[in-house]
Design a protein around this ligand. Sequence first.
Ligand code: FB9
Length: 488
Amino acid sequence: MAEDAILGYLASHEEIPDSGKFASQHGLQQNDVVNVIKSLHGFRYIDAQDIKRESWMLTDEGKKYAAEGSPEVQLFLAVPPEGFIAKDELQKKLDPSVFKIGCSQAGKNKWVDMGKQVSRKVQHVEDKVKDLLVRIQDGQTIDKDDINSLKARKLIVAQTWKGYSVRKGPNYASKRKKVATDLTRENLQRGDWKELEFKEYNFNAKGPLADAGHLHPLLKVKQQLKNIFLQMGFEEMPTNNFVESSFWNFDALFQPQQHPARDSHDTFFLEAPSTTRQLPEDYVELVKRVHESGGYGSRGYMYDWKREEANKNLLRTHTTAVSTRMLYALAKQPFAPKRYFSIDRVFRNESVDRTHLAEFHQIEGLVCDRGLTLGDLIGVLNDFFSRLGMSKLRFKPAYNPYTEPSMEIFSYHEGLKKWVEIGNSGMFRPEMLLPMGFPEDVRVIAWGLSLERPTMILYGIDNIRDLFGHKVDLSLIKRNPICRLGID
Ligand code: FB9
């Protein structure tokens, strides 16, 4: 329709100066004409140049006065030709905004005498404002001053109309040739490919978005933490066993069997398999002894240590259980310093709230070497957390059954403008290391934090359910760019 009209018109005319007027003159829809012009221009049938036209449009108030007359004239007509009318009487006769504007305008025009009594000062008035508004509505041009006074009264606003002027293009034809967008077997068989005109290849066309998988924010932050550990010379510990025995999760860590964390309020114990099959007997004996009666300078906990308690299987409550296994294996070899880290799920039967679920990812680092001190621990913590963008650290004495001394770690978070607890740390107790067989002077410093907390802060997520679990909205995962750790 519009296409034939445009191509047909250009057959006998040099130019279509104004696509807007062309549309209304040919009874065509404005945007049909625009779409056709864009397409014909794309195939170079025509050459379309942008043109724009400034015009004026009446505001709603302007439309009202064009229809009902300007407020000053409405007011004038409400004043009796002879004598006068009480101002409040007059006010009752008119709509409030009309009365208000009418008074000031008619007053300004010296049409009426605005006292307690209102009377006319002239016999007849012209509603120039209304006439001007109507002329603008008919698309007539009116002079600048009138435009400015109407604009000042917010009765009209500028309106820019965009259109095209159109000329023949290099591929002009009065009818669009069907361009082939594909060379088909039929074209080859029919041999009609010779006549066919093929559409240009648009090498800049963007292919369909490949809907690929997306890394969960936790995995993105996990990868960055792994990189930091590897850069610091740490080796990852194998954490691919969520199920652990109480022995490696608690006893080997010198955590007493009556410790509150060891009851089902805090820990998920397994019904099946409820007990571990195999433990290193000679080492178990040493652990039993250090719990019951100490040794290595410790007086132990002086209670009856029960094998069946240690045999109970559970979902590990911390990845420190893996550290215990790895340190025990390390102690079996001729001593060599070691740096280990782990990042994986741990399970705690805790009350679920905005920042706590029954499982989270623990990040743990440990350094095992001769003569390590608390200073070394503070040093490695400053190194580690500075790579996470947390430079200002403070340490608060804390307690863990398996480390002495222990410290909670705090960092001042510029974004949150407060000190945030960013982890826990300590020196593993000799009651844990010596039964493993480590030489006297070997020390192990370690620390831990969660993966969820930094991820929530870095991605600005304040409810853990938005980050982890079946309620996560996938678009959050899709649209979440990689966030650079270390950048506040
Ligand atoms: O992650 C924690 N906080 C944190 C960490 C990083 C962070 O980064 C932001 C970008 C700036 C922000 C916050 N915490 C540890 C501190 C608190 O959130 C705490 O309330 C919750 N903790 C979890 C345990 O909850 C019961 C976080 C988790 C935690 C705590 C301790 C350890 C590991 C994880 C440990 C340990 C440890 C100690 C000594 C030796 C070996 C391991």
